[in-house]
Design a protein around this ligand. Structure first.
Ligand code: NAD
Length: 229
């Protein structure tokens, strides 16, 4: 295996932990309109409705457990580090299942189990429901806390760190992502242009399937373990 691996994960890696994907039939995202809920405008218009949606998702994340795919990635990360290599784990997921499996991950779309204060910028852990008038634990201002997730129209996080990691890698692996949300969806083309080998592990071909040198299709809990064995 390559010694510097860049892994991009999406909602598919957490699907077998019971967290619905974006496109899941019957999933949260089919029942709620993200443009109505996952935007700064929606939060300004109706904070109670937006917070209720995130409360529902947060409860799901707290109740979920990491699956074999999260564990296989954590083990591969530790194994590579032990022999001087690196597995950079970039996730679009806002859950904490990579961390609970023992991995270190960079959350480009933020983290659901954290809040950010719009007044002071402080970031704090949040495991329970978030009330509209809850005061910020740092500055005390009430009504300024929002989930620390990236909403539509907002800039993803850690882009410089991600770009640097991509440039320093020799293998790019996309896992459980549909290749429809940018900028993450563009990373495979960028990886190819940089000369990295590219691999897709997914339940079914993504929108970008033609850009991968190697593809493996099946449930993440099986194919991720096999790939990183
Ligand atoms: P997506 O829903 O667009 O695509 C999910 C992909 O996972 C699909 O390609 C699907 O074929 C695949 N998949 C489904 N079940 C799988 C399984 N068992 N094993 C392997 N692959 C499986 O998700 P995305 O590409 O991550 O982009 C959607 C956006 O939705 C992201 O911005 C993400 O932040 C957000 N989101 C996050 C979570 C989470 O944090 N767990 C859940 C839903 C949506």
């Amino acid at each position: 295996m390559a010694e510097a691996v860049f892994v991009l994960t999406g909602a598919g890696v957490s699907a077998e932990s019971g967290l619905g994907t974006f496109r899941d039939a019957g999933g949260l995202w089919r029942r709620f309109d993200p443009m109505r809920l996952a935007t700064p405008e929606a939060f300004a218009r109706d904070p109670a409705e937006v917070l209720a949606f995130y409360d529902l998702r947060r409860r799901g994340v707290v109740a979920a457990q990491p699956n074999a795919a999260h564990r296989a990635l954590a083990e591969a990360q530790a194994r590579l580090a032990a022999r001087g290599g690196r597995l950079f784990l970039c996730t679009q997921n806002v859950d904490d299942l990579h961390e609970r499996a023992g991995a270190e991950a960079v959350h480009m779309h933020g983290e659901l189990l954290k809040t950010r204060c719009q007044a002071c910028g402080g970031i704090h852990a949040q495991h329970g429901d978030l009330g509209v008038d809850e005061p910020c634990p740092a500055c005390g201002r009430a009504g300024g806390l929002r989930p620390d997730v990236v909403w539509f129209g907002e800039m993803p996080k850690h882009l410089d760190r991600i770009d640097e990691a991509l440039r320093g890698s020799d293998l790019f692996v996309a896992i459980g992502t549909s290749g429809s949300v940018y900028p993450a969806a563009g990373y495979v083309a960028e990886a190819r242009a940089l000369g990295l080998r590219t691999c897709e592990l997914n339940l079914e071909p993504s929108d970008n399937a033609h850009l991968f040198d190697l593809v493996r299709y099946g449930p993440a809990s099986e194919i991720v373990q096999e790939f990183f064995r």
